[in-house]
Ligand binder design. Structure first.
Ligand code: ADE
Ligand code: ZN
Length: 336
C-alpha cells in the first residue's frame, strides 16, 4: 500500500519520461474540440461515449481507437496544442526532460503534410520549460519501403529529432523487417530505439539489439522469460522503458500486483517508469509511479533508482545528465 509520504515523494521527485507517444496524450476533450474546430465527424456522440470505448483487450484493440482519435489532427496548431498540453502535464509531474515519440505515418497517410506534423510538435517543445526531444517512430505494420520514404521526408528536418523508434502492432512484425532503414538511421547519427517484448516474444528484443542496433528497448518486460537475455540486458546496461498502466490495460499483466517491475530491478536492469499513452491508459507518469508502488513492495530506494535510471537512460549530454542526477540525489538526501 502506498502511504501519503511515499505518494508525495513520487510526485515531487525529479524525473525524465522516455516513452510517451504524443498522439497517446490526446485527451477525449481535446479530440472533441479539434473535431469541432476542423469539421471532422467522430463515430462517438460525446466525450463520455468515447471514454466508454477505452476498454481494451490487447494492443491491436487499443491501436484501432488510438488511430481513430488521431484523425482529428489536421493543422500545425492542432499538433502544437496537443504537445503543449502534454508538456504542461509533464511539468506538473516534475518531468524535467521528455523524449517524445511521434508517428508521422499516421498523419501523412491521411494527407497531412510531414512538415505540418513535425513543425507543430517541435514548436511546442521549443516553447516549453521542460527539456524535450523528439523520436520519430516507424509503424511496423507498414512496409520497410514506407519507413524509408518517411525517413526521406524527415531529412530536411534532421535537426528537429534525435532518433527513431518502432511502434504499432508487434506480433508478426519482427524488428528484422526494418534492418535496412535502421542501418541508414545509424549512419545518419540518429539514436535508435524500438518497441520489443511488449506482446511480442523475447526473441524480438534480441533481434532489436543484434539486427537494429538499438540503444534502449521500449517495454521489454517479456525479457524475463529468457534468463540469458536478462543477464545480457543487465550486463550491457540496455535500458527498458516500462509502462505499468499500459501493460495492465493491454493485458500484458493480469493486474498491477502481477507486474514484474520489481523483478526487473532485482535483476539489475536499467528499468524506467513511463506513461506510453496517458490519455488512454488512465494517467500520466506520476499515476504510473503511484499505481505500481501501490501494488508492489517497492521502497524509497527503488524510487530513487527509478528516477536515476530515467536520466541515466536518456539521450542527454554528459553535463545535463550529471546535473539531473545530482538533483535526484539532493532530493532524496533531503528526505532522509
Ligand atoms: N503506439 C502507441 N502506443 C503503443 C504501444 N504501447 N505499443 C506499440 N505501439 C504503440
Ligand atoms: Zn509505446
Amino acid at each position: 500500500m502506498l502511504n501519503d509520504r511515499m505518494r508525495a515523494t513520487l510526485r515531487q521527485m525529479p524525473k525524465a519520461e522516455l516513452h510517451i507517444h504524443i498522439e497517446g496524450s490526446l485527451e477525449p476533450e481535446l479530440i472533441f474540440d479539434l473535431a469541432q474546430r476542423n469539421g471532422v465527424t467522430l463515430a462517438y456522440s460525446s466525450v463520455e461515449a468515447l471514454r466508454q470505448a477505452y476498454a481494451f483487450t490487447d494492443l491491436q484493440s487499443f491501436l484501432d481507437i488510438y488511430y481513430a482519435g488521431a484523425s482529428v489532427l489536421l493543422k500545425e496548431q492542432d499538433f502544437y496544442d496537443m504537445t503543449a498540453a502534454y508538456l504542461a502535464r509533464a511539468a506538473a509531474d516534475q518531468v524535467r526532460h521528455a523524449e517524445i515519440f511521434f508517428d508521422p505515418q499516421t498523419h501523412t497517410a491521411r494527407g497531412v503534410p510531414f512538415d505540418t506534423v513535425i513543425n507543430g510538435i517541435w514548436r511546442a517543445c521549443q516553447d516549453s520549460p521542460v527539456s524535450a526531444s523528439l523520436i520519430m517512430c516507424f509503424l511496423r505494420h507498414l512496409s520497410e519501403e514506407e519507413a524509408i520514404a518517411t525517413l526521406e521526408e524527415a531529412l530536411p528536418h534532421r535537426d528537429k529529432f534525435i532518433g527513431v523508434g518502432l511502434d504499432s502492432s508487434e506480433r508478426g512484425h519482427p524488428p528484422e523487417k526494418f534492418a535496412r532503414v535502421y542501418e541508414r538511421c545509424r549512419q545518419l547519427g540518429l539514436h535508435l530505439v524500438a518497441h520489443a517484448g511488449e506482446e511480442g516474444p523475447p526473441a524480438y528484443i534480441e533481434t532489436a539489439l543484434d539486427l537494429l542496433n538499438v540503444e534502449r528497448i521500449d517495454h521489454g518486460v517479456r525479457c524475463l522469460e529468457d534468463p540469458e537475455l536478462t543477464r545480457r540486458l543487465a550486463r550491457e546496461r540496455i535500458a527498458l522503458t516500462v509502462c505499468p498502466l499500459s501493460n495492465v490495460k493491454l493485458r500484458v499483466f493480469g493486474d498491477m500486483g502481477q507486474h514484474n517491475l520489481l523483478q526487473l530491478l532485482e535483476h539489475g536492469l536499467v528499468a524506467t517508469v513511463n506513461s506510453d499513452d496517458p490519455a488512454y491508459f488512465g494517467g500520466y507518469i506520476n499515476a504510473n509511479f503511484e499505481a505500481v508502488f501501490d501494488a508492489l513492495p517497492l521502497t524509497q530506494a527503488h524510487a530513487q533508482q527509478l528516477a536515476r535510471n530515467s536520466f541515466a537512460a536518456a539521450f542527454l549530454d554528459p553535463e545535463a545528465r550529471r546535473r539531473h542526477l545530482d538533483e535526484v540525489d539532493a532530493y532524496f538526501a533531503a528526505l532522509a
